[in-house]
Design a protein around this ligand. Sequence first.
Ligand code: FPP
Length: 252
Amino acid sequence: MKERRIRTDRLPRHVAVIMDGNGRWAERRGLSRIEGHRAGLESVRAVLRAAHELAIRNLTLYAFSLENWSRPKLEVEELMHLLEHYLEAEREEVMRNGIRVRAIGRADLLPPGVRRRLDQVIDESKGNREMTLVFAISYGGRAEIVDAARKLLRDFELGKVDPDRLDEKTFAAYLYEPELPDPDLLIRTGGESRVSNFLLWQIAYTEIHSTEVMWPDFRKSHFVDALLDYQSRERRFGLTSAQVRSDATEGP
Ligand code: FPP
């Protein structure tokens, strides 16, 4: 019913998700936090399936932040096991659905097993064209900007960059996945309204949908709600409402 109301001509080209609330979901049920993460895997599957069915071209999931390395050792280890397990278990579906997998973040910090599985699925799926799924793992938005600045400075030393000609487009080419469009929609579950160091450069004009639903409860119907909320927004990119409307009526 709801799905029919989604306008296919106004789909976000890129949806990013902060999957928050696993710990609270578990604690409320008297379970360990890791049980919450485990339950969250089902939501990852459901959202990937929904995004694919609804023809969303790019989906980025915030699976593990650089700050998350400071969580209790056991929780970090269990999360790494879950990631490794997920990457192995979902390979087949990823390939069947023509999904290209990518990863952003400081991969050198990951345990070898996770890295191996990640490299494997990235390599296997590199020719897929239906959809791109990006895992932000060991990821920080500020770290991404610092890493970009590092690469840029190296190119400067090689004489490849002219500081006077540096602009936003040139800088953005040094970010982790420069080919991806910026997210049009950022979904955050778990009831908080924070950006939490996620895609800081890329979300300059992103619409944010925050929901009270905890990540392990998040399903296709909630994803559809987020898309409908997105489609109800007027995106002005710094212009006035009148300017945006006249652009829309003038046509190309
Ligand atoms: C935030 O919830 C969630 C995480 C830090 C990890 C997200 C991981 C998964 C959903 C499982 C594995 C993911 C993939 C992509 C296979 P929280 O622990 O901060 O929850 P809280 O705010 O309630 O404590």
